[in-house]
Design a protein around this ligand. Structure first.
Ligand code: GLY
Length: 379
């Protein structure tokens, strides 16, 4: 299914079917001129977007240094939308209520109305912040996501989860606000630092484990092409991840049935690692998720859900080929458990995990007790 060709002639669309909130994700390879027509077509399908004449492009300093916001501004100009650019510092601390408030100030200055478009141009931090502002200003503005990191392209830009951090809790202030469209250009990944690419690959691998064993096997075959950033290989993995995410989001948009929670495989332990090691500490989100996925596979082995070795060995080998960590033995296990006990998936005091039954099949469970978790963490 996934060939290793290097063509730049990539132009694929994934539909996210959500009734009146439906939208398209377009995956291209180096097509700056295509953005304007895509934006116009996606906006035209909504009441607010159809008469859009102004926009605020929210981005960070790295992306601004590459000159990308100016090209997006010009494309919007071509379709009759006058856009201002707001440039924020890069990094997790940007995702704050203070910065949301600064963006509200810009919108007031711009005399924004309910038809003013917000463009989130950057990685997950920018997308979440821009999306939060779009969700809240004037009770909701049209939003287009242009994710520029692999992690944002395969995960955070799709599905409508937007928000900012509270100093005491990550992602705790937020909303569901679906974009009007998502524009993914693999060309943006050419400039991505290797460590960031690897972090995105952790989430890519996750999709194989949770829902698609064939995709996992394909990743094993094309790992080197992906690491070489061949556009054909990148576009195909991004497409498959977006297809899977679109299916999951369409089935459980607001994470109420347990289906969307599947996307949290590796994240119960991963989030705890980030919380204990510090958000600007030694583990980036994707690295913590990589370690979390391995530990959660070992937990599934302990519960007898999967055979020892099997899934876990293949997962460890693939993550290692992608240059990702698979263990974090230096962290205090008691503090990790404490952090897990604050996980958003928990119910009635029990820590809940998404664990594999096989490669490509996971279930949400609260059947692991603290002893099981401690044993796995100490191993
Ligand atoms: N990143 C997990 C979700 O969108 O539900």
């Amino acid at each position: 299914m996934f060939s290793t060709e290097t063509t730049h002639e990539v132009d694929h669309t994934v539909a996210v079917p959500l009734g009146p909130r439906s939208y398209n994700i377009r995956v291209v390879a180096n097509d700056p001129a295509g953005f304007g027509p895509f934006a116009r077509a996606e906006l035209a399908r909504t009441w607010a977007g159809a008469s859009c004449r102004s926009a605020l492009i929210v981005t960070d300093m790295h992306i601004a240094d590459l000159g990308i916001p100016a090209t997006i501004q010009a494309s919007l100009g071509d379709i009759g939308i006058a856009a201002l650019i707001a440039v924020l510092p890069a990094g997790e601390s940007t995702k704050s209520l203070e910065n949301a408030s600064r963006l509200y100030d810009e919108l007031v200055k711009l005399q924004a109305d309910r038809h003013t478009l917000i463009v989130g141009l950057g990685g997950g931090v920018i997308g979440d912040l821009a999306g939060f502002v779009a969700a809240t200003y004037a009770r909701g503005l049209p939003l287009i996501m242009i994710p520029t990191t692999l992690l944002a392209q395969v995960d955070s830009s799709v599905g409508g989860k937007v928000g900012v951090n509270h100093p005491g809790a990550k992602n705790i202030i937020g909303a569901f606000h679906q974009p009007a469209g998502v524009w993914i250009d693999t060309q943006y990944l050419s400039n991505l630092p290797t460590r960031e690419l690897r972090c995105g690959l952790a989430e890519v691998v996750k999709y194989g484990v949770i829902l698609d064993a064939e995709f996992f096997a394909n990743l094993e075959q094309i790992a080197e092409d992906v690491l070489r950033r061949e556009h054909g290989a990148l576009a195909r993995i991004i497409m498959r991840c977006c297809e899977i995410k679109a299916l999951v989001v369409a089935a459980d948009e607001r994470e109420e049935t347990g289906l969307r929670a599947m996307l949290n495989f590796g994240h119960t332990i991963g989030h705890a690692i980030e919380a204990v090691a510090g958000y600007d500490g030694p583990y980036k989100h994707g690295e913590a998720v990589a370690v979390g996925m391995v530990a959660e596979c070992r937990l599934a082995e302990r519960l007898g859900w999967i055979k020892k070795g099997d899934v876990t060995d293949r997962l460890v080998r693939l993550l290692e080929r992608f240059g990702l960590p698979t263990r974090a033995t230096e962290l205090d296990t008691g503090r990790l458990i404490e952090a897990m006990s604050r996980d958003k998936k928990n119910r009635n005091g029990a820590i809940r995990f998404v664990l594999p039954r096989a490669l490509g099949k996971v279930e949400l469970t609260d059947s692991a007790d603290v002893d099981d978790i401690l044993t796995v963490l100490s191993a």
